[in-house]
Structures are given as structure tokens and as C-alpha cells.
Design a protein around this ligand. Sequence first.
Ligand SMILES: NC(=O)c1ccc[n+]([C@@H]2O[C@H](COP(=O)([O-])OP(=O)(O)OC[C@H]3O[C@@H](n4cnc5c(N)ncnc54)[C@H](OP(=O)(O)O)[C@@H]3O)[C@@H](O)[C@H]2O)c1
Length: 349
Amino acid sequence: MTSRLFPTSATKRRRCSLANHATGWWVSSDGSGQLATHFRDDIALSQMGEGSLTIDVHYSALNYKDALALTGSPGVVRKPPLIPGIDCAGIVSQSSDPGVPIGTAVVITGYGYGENRHGGLATQVVADSEHVIPVPEGLSLKEAATIGTAGITAGLAITALLRNGVNPNSVFPIAVTGAAGGVGSLALALLSHEGFRAVAITGRTDEADYLTMLGAIDVISRQEFLAQPSRPLLPERFAGAIDQAGGEMLATLLASTQNYGAVIACGLAGGSDLSTTVLPFILRGVSLLGINSVFQPHDVRSTIWEHFARAKLPLDQIAQVVDLTDALDVAPRVLSGLTRGRVVVAIGA
Ligand SMILES: NC(=O)c1ccc[n+]([C@@H]2O[C@H](COP(=O)([O-])OP(=O)(O)OC[C@H]3O[C@@H](n4cnc5c(N)ncnc54)[C@H](OP(=O)(O)O)[C@@H]3O)[C@@H](O)[C@H]2O)c1
């Protein structure tokens, strides 16, 4: 059953807006470079940028990036004032593109929404038709938001592993870090669906039942994994890895990967530095591969969405739903690694 997060200091905010106005979160600069976040019910649609579509947003999500944006961290919101939210799923309410008629259920991930143009944490978003993917048959809008950027990232990571010769027949399993988070949960579930054996590395071993339900064959404590002696090469343990932590975790994974294995770097939840040696690369032929889900060709995204539609993953158990008005209260918990799976934001549903 879907769980609902109840923030500790919920401030009830008004969600109904004036005609031709949107309601949502607004990150603005105070002029001295500091960012401030407000909840507004008077955002004029005419101020929401140019685009061939207006979408009534039903669901968005709180990605790690969105939590940074809401809490005023620099680096995500590039052009304030801006509505944050890198994902959204909703119904087209206005369209000047006959290819995407009014009433189409669509999803957007990346493309700079919530970073350099208004994003999904509001009741409406103005979008370009080239940026939307029709929600594939078999997925609801809520499921599309549950998959969102995290799912696309997981899909890209698995595609990169396969392209580099890491497949379900590999002797060693695949390590997934930040396993109880958004990217981690979807990577575990999708790997398992694809027939890979996946091991969850987590700071929360008390989530072992959840991680096993997603398909993990083993759950390793992050603290214990990082307590290994710091050596350029450790015993081979993984055929590959999907890492959203960076820093020491990424260096330890590189040292633990088998001959000609591949490590996918997709995040920095543990730090943006990487201190390693060339030994995993020149003595074991390990590949280090990067993922950027923001700018990906439409056909690559469509293929991953179709895959998710067929996979029938336990998305309801991965989603934790919060109301739009509570997103700011929940954001610090996302940054502290206290939320599980995907934090889905209910808006016009
Ligand atoms: N490259 C891309 O295109 C792309 C796309 C999406 C996300 N990302 C990045 O991937 C990362 C995860 O995103 P997300 O949306 O999955 O975030 P999330 O849902 O907040 O999950 C982050 C997870 O990281 C783990 N974690 C927390 N602190 C950590 C630490 N100090 N060291 C190691 N792990 C730690 C926690 O999992 P456990 O409790 O299980 O350890 C936490 O649940 C972020 O850095 C995000 O910016 C990149």
C-alpha cells in the first residue's frame, strides 16, 4: 500500500488559485544572491514562459535536486525567480501542437525544467511539445511520477552496463548504492526484473525487508562497506555498480569491481570528490561511466518508458505521497536521507 509522509510541521497553505493563475512553489533571489522559497497562489500563466503546451500537473516529485532547490541551495535554480520541480505528470489543457492534443496524459523529466525554466511543483506548467512523453498505456500519472527522473536514470544506468558487457550472466552481482533512495529503489527493482542479481548498499539496514522486496539478494551496510581498508584494489566482488553517492563510495566500488566490469556514476549524495588511483582501470580494465538524465534524446527516453510500462514494478510500494503544500517541510528529510523510495507530490490529482 502507498505510504503517505506526514511532515512534523505542516503549515496548511491555500491551494486554490485565481483564474489564469497557478499555485505552487516559487524560488526567488533576494538580490544578494540568497534564494528564498514562497508558496504562491497568484502566479500568472502569462509569466510562466513560452511553450506550445499548458499542462495541468497532477503529480510531481521531490528529487534530491528539488529538495536542494526548495531549501535555497545554490546550483539547481539557475534563473530565479523560478518554480522548482524537475519532473511532472499531468494532462495537456492547452495545445498549439496537433501532435499533442488537449487531454493527452504526458510526463516530463529533465530538459532543464525546475532548473532554468519553470518546473513541476505547481498546478500548471508551460512546456514544449518536444519535451513531453505520452504516458505509456499501462501506467497511471502517479506511477509515471513515481518513475520520473530516478527511473530514467536507473534505466540509462542499466543500458550502460549492458552496453559494456555486464549482463545477468556475470559471476558477480551488481552493487546499488543509496539503495533505499529514489534512484537506488528503481535501479534495484529494474535490475531484478531484467534478471540481474543485485546487492543493496545502504545506510539504512533497517530497510532490509523493503530492499529484499525490491529484489536485492543481499543488503550490505554502507558503514561496513566503507570501513574496509582503503586500498587501490580490493577483492573482486561486483560485476558492476550503479552509484549515486560519489566520493569514498565510488572509489571503494571501483576497487571492488571485477575484471572488465563497469561502474556507473550518477550522483553525489555522499560527495562530489573522487580520490582513486588508475589501478582499477589499467590492471582490471574497469570502466567508469557517467549518466546525465537531463539531456537525453527523445527516443532513448521513450524506450525506457515503454520498458517500465511492461515491467510492472512494485511502484505503489516505492512511492511515498506528500501534498504540494507540504513539499517544503519534507525537503530537509530528503536531503538527510530519511525518506524512502520516491517522494511523489500530489498536486491536481
Ligand atoms: N546523473 C543524473 O542524471 C541523476 C539523476 C537523478 C539523480 N541524480 C543524483 O543521484 C543522487 C540520488 O538522487 P535520488 O533522487 O535518488 O535521491 P534520494 O531519493 O534522496 O536518495 C539518496 C540516497 O542516498 C543515500 N545517502 C544519503 N546520504 C549518503 C551519504 N552520505 N553517502 C552515501 N549515500 C548516502 C541514502 O540512501 P541509503 O539510506 O539507502 O544509503 C538516500 O536515500 C543525487 O546526488 C542526485 O542528484 C543524478
